[in-house]
Design a protein around this ligand. Structure first.
Ligand code: IVH
Length: 749
């Protein structure tokens, strides 16, 4: 946080020292935010540091550093992308935080232009989108280049990535010969939530907020990844243009819209500060329902000739201002730290707060993430909050962004009660008393009680009946808790015995509070209706760690039937166990190597583990088939296989499957293609299509694409550089085609 010694009382030496400290802190924050997409401090803290720096520089202009953070926009471009020098510098915006700053801005502009108070002066007001800015260069109407802002002068060449964004036109009709369109790439809340869900299922990186997700997705060296990420783009400015777009900002925006760009529908023309503030309030009120993150309102002088005259300061235009929303922060007492046990056994610490209003919403619970977070460390073991831990009784800062669960962001040590003790994270499950252990590399501590843990059992049941799982009407969290408490249902299969076991239960149920004749009957009907159920819903409903909705769909499409899935999972078991062993051996080797100061020898360790375990070819093939499914990696496969291998879990799954009529997932629509039902493996370099494309096409024709060659393989498509797979296929006498041969076979040659 910025120091709060009044600037007026600083001596020269103090001011110099503080400017040095601020420059270092801001450089670090800039790199974390712009280059690494991993902010270390909140926007509000950043703004406070920047403001403090500016105040000191204004009071001590002689002490302004050559590398002053006030003259820096963004961060240096990351390594890996080619660099593009912007024809016209990409600017930042001056910030305002208070209503009074808006009138002051109007006055500054008037005074600079020598306009009297009465002279008309219009401004546009529009949302400030919280994404990352992008400059698109069109020549003769064709998109030729896209660059991030970088440090304002040089950005990263992300042309291939930008081409994958639907909101960005590839061609324009009727545009100036040279036109650089600038705007913001962002991700909607819904897309952000879905992406994170998907990432988590696949064991990939999840993002802290939509802005990071947008930045991380745009700045992918592989444009194919960007293509799979739902990015959007609003155009709001321009760089180099061979002829003016219009005479007014508002008309220029209309022109960009007519050229096919998305422009923000909340852009308004305002007559002066009063209307600007009015629109600011309107936008602020709509903020929560917009479906994407905004962090303020941007005002711009409407008359482009006046914009030209006003020009720029070091990094910001004189004709524009960003009026930021106050951060959604509040301080309150942390009354207690509770532990919630989730369906996968994760122990999640929850802060019970003295209720407080944060950004218009009353908050009484907030997340504390995990035990490291409480202790003051991040996942890499580095200090956060300057290493301050969080204790029951503390005065804490609560942060809320959009729909995200509020979190405890900071703590004020000066208000810590004398008797506050460091929080001891439980090592046994508070619900069932089983050991709660933390695996290496896992930030989360988990209860090992499995089905005997009532909290896990209830959470599992709630998940089981949830909308994307069995979706049983009339059976929600509340009812599940009630039935579980009464011992009517202990595991999913019991739901389908509810009527039989408590058939007179209908009678009992009717007598229960909240249940009438009709609702009880409806419930039994709804349960009956869900006996016939799609495969992917059953897989998802099991609530296996890392096996979410998307993975469940992938598995169902790959295996088609419940029996095929179970068989594959059982067959792969020895290979999965060997995989886990190899992982452990690898970790041990890494530790030993680092202690002995030598390089780890990983490959032999892994091979040895596979061989020592004597994993049969059949198991290896089943494992390879499983991890060969697009989107399913070793983490998911291990989780799936070990869940099925766990005796109590398995008995419960089998009991459930026995009650259900699990529908087969329809085979691919195309059954008369020459490759329908065949198992195909691609290896070596493909020249006419990418691996993903080849795979998608083969699957569309009804083929099953696998990652490894086994006796079950029907066709091997081998490009140049094919190695062991081609050899193995030859040994097994499997039909081998080159890329052209394959294309000819599927009629695409
Ligand atoms: S105008 C010359 N308009 O905010 C000024 N910027 O903090 C060009 N931003 O770098 C920018 N929404 O990335 C403008 N409606 C909007 C904006 C906007 C978001 C971003 C932009 C800029 C940053 C400055």
């Amino acid at each position: 946080m910025a120091d709060d010694t009044p600037v007026e009382t600083l001596t020269d030496a103090e001011a110099r020292a503080e400017l040095e400290r601020l420059a270092a802190a801001l450089t670090r924050a800039n790199t974390a935010y712009h280059t690494d997409d991993a902010p270390e401090i909140s926007d509000a803290d950043y703004d406070a540091l920047k403001r403090r720096n500016l105040e000191i520089e204004e009071r001590f202009p002689d002490l302004k550093r050559d590398d002053s953070p006030s003259d820096v926009v963004g961060g240096a471009p990351a390594e890996g992308f080619s660099k593009i020098r912007h024809a016209v510098r990409m600017m930042s915006l001056g910030n305002a935080f208070e209503d009074g700053d808006v009138a002051a801005f109007d006055e500054r502009v008037r005074s600079y232009l020598n306009l009297g108070r009465a002279a008309p002066l219009k401004f546009t007001a529009e949302p400030k989108i919280d994404g990352l800015s992008l400059s698109l260069r069109y020549e003769d109407g064709v998109l030729i280049q896209a660059a991030t802002r970088g440090d304002g002068e040089t950005g990263e060449n992300v042309t291939a990535n930008a081409r994958t964004i639907a909101d960005i036109p590839q061609e324009l009709t009727g545009a100036p010969a040279v036109l650089e369109v600038r705007g913001e790439v962002y991700m909607s809340h819904a897309d952000f939530a879905a992406l994170n869900e998907r990432q988590a299922e696949r064991g990939g990186k999840t993002f802290a907020n939509p802005r990071n997700a947008a930045a991380g997705s745009l700045r992918q060296l592989d444009a194919q990844i960007t293509r799979d990420r739902p990015l959007k783009f609003f155009a709001y400015a321009w760089g180099e243009v061979s002829e003016p777009l219009a005479d007014l900002q508002m008309r220029a925006i209309d022109r960009l819209s007519a050229l096919g760009f998305q422009t923000n529908p909340l852009t308004r023309l305002c007559d002066g500060p009063a209307e600007m503030l009015e629109h600011y309030r309107e936008i602020e009120e709509m903020r929560a329902t917009l479906g994407y993150d905004i962090d303020g309102v941007v005002y711009k002088v409407d008359d482009l000739a006046l914009q030209e005259r006003l020009g720029f300061r070091a990094t910001t235009p004189r004709w524009a201002l960003a009026h930021k929303f106050p951060a959604e922060l509040a301080w309150t007492w942390l009354e207690a730290i509770d532990i919630q046990v989730g369906r996968t056994g994760a122990l999640s610490p929850v802060a019970r707060l003295q209720p407080v209003t944060v950004g218009g919403v009353v908050v009484s619970n907030a997340t504390l993430h995990n035990e490291d977070y409480i202790a003051g460390f991040d996942s890499r073991g580095e200090e956060i909050r300057g290493g301050k831990d969080i204790r029951g009784g503390d005065w804490v800062q609560v942060y809320r962004a959009g729909d995200v669960i509020p979190k405890v962001a900071d703590v004020d040590l000066s208000k810590r009660p004398a008797d506050a003790v460091p929080y001891a994270f439980p090592e046994v499950c508070p619900e069932c008393g089983s050991a709660a252990i933390r695996e290496e590399g896992d930030a989360v501590r988990r209860c090992t009680g499995g089905l005997i843990c009532p909290a896990q059992a209830v959470e599992k049941l709630i998940h089981f009946v949830s909308r994307k799982a069995l979706d049983i009407e009339g059976l929600g969290a509340k009812q599940v808790e009630q039935f579980h408490r009464d011992g009517w249902i202990r595991e999913p299969a019991d739901i389908f015995d509810l009527k039989e076991n408590y058939g007179s239960g209908l009678q009992q149920l009717k007598n229960r509070e909240g249940w009438g004749d009709k609702s009880a009957e409806n419930l039994f009907d709804a349960i009956e209706e869900r006996r016939r159920i799609e495969l992917k819903r059953v897989i998802f409903a099991l609530g296996i760690r890392h096996v979410g909705e998307v993975v469940s769909g992938d598995l169902a499409r790959h295996f088609h039937s419940w029996s095929a899935l179970v068989e594959a999972v059982d067959t792969a078991r020895p290979a999965a166990e060997a995989h886990v062993m190899a992982d452990e051996a690898e970790a041990a080797e890494r530790r030993a190597a680092s202690e002995a100061g030598r390089r780890a020898q990983i490959k032999p360790v892994r091979d040895a583990a596979w061989d020592t375990a004597g994993v049969a070819a059949e198991a290896r093939a089943a494992w390879d088939d499983l991890v060969g499914i697009e989107g399913i990696g070793a983490t998911v496969a291990v989780s799936l296989v070990t869940t099925f291998a766990q005796a109590a879990e398995r008995a419960s799954i089998d009991r459930l499957a026995g009650k259900l009529d699990i529908l087969e997932t329809a085979g691919p629509a195309n059954t008369d293609s020459p490759v329908a039902g065949k198992t195909v493996v691609f290896t070596g370099k493909l020249e006419k299509m990418t691996r993903d494309e080849a795979k998608a096409r083969a699957e569309a024709l009804g083929a099953k694409v696998s990652g490894s060659v086994s006796a079950k393989t029907d066709i091997l498509v081998a490009g140049p550089g094919a190695g062991s797979k081609a050899k193995k296929a030859a040994e097994l006498g499997i039909q081998t085609l080159d890329e052209d041969g394959w294309l000819a076979l599927i009629g695409a040659g």
